[in-house]
Design a protein around this ligand. Structure first.
Ligand code: OXD
Length: 303
């Protein structure tokens, strides 16, 4: 089996290590090492690769995106449209995402941001709060990660509601589907977790009018793609205190520029797109399983 790997912005050595461990007989090469040659791969494992790769590699049977979001890959002009494209589904990222979301719930839900300010003023000041289980957590986007986070939270006893365009099967929590139910969904979320991908139809989906639908004092946790949120509208809702706070891991433009007003907004917590890093071994395991399915003629996990 011939595999080409191109993930120039990450540690490719970790993928190589996992590939050699689980697939010792495969011929695995880095794009940089073969781009001047005629060597052709059957499978490409990529994360933000050069467009050139797809002009050179003409025998690919499938392309694997080494992440959950395929927005960067889809922007490449020469990404072949006729070769199956796979993305990472959970591959170990779900647990990381869950922990990140739980941090946001506790940080704002239990007023840790206030205590930080109290500490700076040496002020002993316990604050009344609702139990987190009395608040509703809305999961916007029920792909593999959204479904995982929602299921886990609901099993822990939290009140969870999900929204996606079309109905997802096998979920044990309430879901609303379709744009006609989006406003109703938002109006019930004390915590809104954005796990939507970047697509034309999700661009600025959370605009001013929709953010206003959230109950007063709601918290936004954004971990899907930044372009889903109209950042200016979010800032206004946070400044007017219609929204209680936001934990943001993804932004419309990354890295977030030094001038961006989010940095100085006291009720925003910023993290640098680290909520759910790809787990190399789990990712490689999932991909090799998919390759086996393809080789056996039962590949079915297309996007
Ligand atoms: C992903 C990401 O899409 O890291 O997996 O954002």
């Amino acid at each position: 089996m011939r595999i080409i790997l191109s993930s120039p912005l990450t540690d490719q050595g970790l993928y190589l290590e996992a590939l050699h461990k689980f697939c010792p007989y495969a011929d695995i090469r880095l794009w940089n090492d073969v781009k001047e040659s005629d060597w052709q791969a059957e499978y490409a494992l990529v994360w933000k690769p050069e467009n050139q790769l797809f002009l050179h590699q003409k025998e690919l049977k499938a392309i694997f995106n080494l992440g959950a979001g395929i927005d960067a890959l889809e922007k490449l002009p020469d990404l072949p449209g006729d070769i199956p494209l796979y993305k990472l589904r959970d591959a170990g990222m779900g647990q990381w995402m869950l922990e990140y979301v739980m941090y946001g719930l506790v940080h704002f839900g239990r007023h840790f941001d206030h205590y930080r300010h109290h500490q700076q003023r040496q002020s002993w000041h316990p604050e009344y709060t609702h139990s987190l289980q009395q608040r509703r957590i809305g999961i916007l986007g029920l792909g593999p990660l959204g479904a995982f986070v929602g299921q886990q939270l609901s099993q822990l006893g939290y009140s969870v509601i999900g929204w996606s365009r079309s109905e997802k099967e096998g979920l044990s929590f309430e879901q609303l589907n379709g744009y006609e139910h989006l406003d109703g969904f938002l109006s019930r979320c004390h915590f809104l977790v954005n796990l939507l991908p970047a697509k034309e139809e999700t661009y600025h989906l959370l605009n001013e009018q929709r953010l206003m639908r959230l109950p007063r004092g709601a918290v936004v946790i954004s971990v899907g793609r930044g372009s889903v949120l109209d950042e200016h509208a979010l800032l206004v809702q946070l400044q007017t205190r219609h929204l209680r706070g936001a934990l943001l891991d993804v932004f419309e433009h990354e890295p977030l520029s030094k001038e961006h007003p989010f940095w100085k907004q006291d009720n925003i917590v910023i993290t640098p797109h680290m909520a759910a890093p790809t787990q190399h071994e789990e990712a490689v395991r999932q991909i090799l399983g998919d390759i086996l399915d393809i080789e056996l003629g039962s590949g079915h996990n297309l996007i």
